[in-house]
Design a protein around this ligand. Structure first.
Ligand code: MN
Length: 416
């Protein structure tokens, strides 16, 4: 009897549990379709720059978390603030920055998930040159999701970046920031330019990369980082190494090459390396420009032509004397299109064109053509020491034999 009563109790409890589950009614599935939600400008009081917010969902009882996409234009950011219940940021696009009060700024990219502890003063936003979008999931406490504080000043925004990104404009930082490697690789915290694969697969290469190429050559003051980038990008385009071009084009922009100059390199190298080399680089340029939200509409602007160098008349005469009888059309194109048009376009200085041409010719092994461009380079402001340093740098990107023969041409043309 006791046993029967116990069994009955179990059955009654089970039945009532079942009834309880069924009594909640038919569940409703809510789908707010993509594109149907309003995108609003974030209030100026609490944000700097152009910030757009798309509220995705409000808290569902018993949860207190709501979510939304926030897109920051380059340079845009929140004010300092804290969340009583903390916050999760999931970066979906671009490059951004986040900082806790009294700590270094951290760079964040697609796939990174950032956890902001409760009641912790912080800000988040885009990087200076690229926009950033994150999904923000924020917990309310007692009806409050955020406590706003003062704005993030330009000085604070441009402050020290944390390792692994290190200081802005150092070679390692530029390489890391521009790496197209997945975010998971960046998060491993390596500060070495050799990244993750080189030390594992080719330790000797990693040592050369870290200690010699980035630890020594890129930092040498004999040639600016901008000039080194012009040389590197020119070599990569001339030799068709588009796999490495994205990182180095981004780095060139970081090192001070303007987008109009980077694009000017393409027309220039179409002439010196052939159309396929320039055209093959277009998609990489497109990716890098999009990632950095470069305004391509501004690239078409043409201002007055540069003056021709003093030696131009003599060069044109020499070309005519040598080739007019055989190929008059080629001579006309050389004099009118290459030297009177391309070399006088204002999107690249004559000095930069000389550097780009020397790098491309050396990388392709066209050393017997170097003579005129070495002279032109010196005429437009390149020193022999800078040319020698550019070719030393080039050894790493085009190979030692190419650098060696080009340096021999420098000695022949400009003397020891
Ligand atoms: Mn926040």
């Amino acid at each position: 009897m006791v046993r029967f009563t116990a069994l009955l109790m179990v059955l009654v409890l089970a039945a009532s549990a079942l009834a309880g589950a069924q009594s909640t009614g038919t569940p409703t599935l809510v789908i707010k379709r993509a594109g149907s939600r309003a995108i609003e400008r974030a209030p100026e009081a609490n944000f700097t720059g152009d910030v757009r917010v798309e509220r995705l969902y409000d808290a569902i009882d018993p949860s207190h978390a709501s979510g939304g996409f926030v897109t920051f234009a380059p340079g845009a950011r929140t004010a300092w603030h804290s969340h009583p219940g903390g916050q999760i940021l999931l970066v979906t696009a671009g490059t951004g920055r986040v900082q806790l009060w009294d700590q270094a700024i951290q760079e964040i990219g697609p796939g990174d998930v950032v956890t902001i502890p409760a009641w912790t003063k912080h800000w988040h936003g885009a990087s200076p040159r690229a926009s950033m979008t994150h999904l923000g999931i924020t917990e309310q406490r007692d009806g409050t999701a955020v406590q706003w504080m003062e704005k993030v000043s330009d000085e604070q925004y441009n402050g020290v970046l944390s390792s692994p990104q290190q200081q802005p404009h150092t070679p390692a930082q530029a390489v890391q920031a521009e790496q197209t490697a997945p975010a998971s690789n960046r998060q491993q915290g390596t500060t070495r330019p050799s990244g993750e694969l080189q030390p594992r697969i080719a330790p000797g290469l990693a040592t050369l990369t870290d200690d010699v190429l980035y630890g020594d050559v890129w930092t040498r003051p004999e040639l600016s980082p901008r000039d080194r980038s012009l040389v590197t990008v020119s070599v990569l385009i001339a030799t068709g190494r588009t796999a490495q071009l994205a990182g180095h084009l981004g780095r060139a922009l970081t090192n001070g090459v303007k987008p109009s100059e980077a694009s000017g390199v393409l027309a220039h190298l179409a002439i010196y390396c052939g159309w396929p080399s320039a055209v093959s680089a277009l998609e990489v340029y497109d990716q890098v420009y999009k990632a950095r939200t470069v305004d391509t509409a501004s690239l078409g602007a043409v201002s007055p032509r540069l003056p021709a160098p003093g030696s131009e008349a003599e060069r044109a005469r020499a070309t005519r004397a040598e080739l007019e009888a055989v190929a008059p059309k080629f001579v006309q194109l050389t004099n009118d299109v290459v030297f009177d048009d391309l070399w006088r376009r204002p999107d690249l200085s004559a000095r930069d064109r000389s550097l780009v041409t020397i790098a491309a010719l050396a990388a392709m092994g066209d050393d017997d053509q170097l003579d005129v461009y070495l002279r032109r380079g010196v005429e437009s402001g390149l020193t022999r020491a800078q040319i020698a340093e550019a070719l030393t740098h080039l050894g790493f990107y085009a190979g030692w034999p190419k650098a060696t023969t080009a340096l021999a041409a420098v000695t022949k043309t400009l003397g020891k």
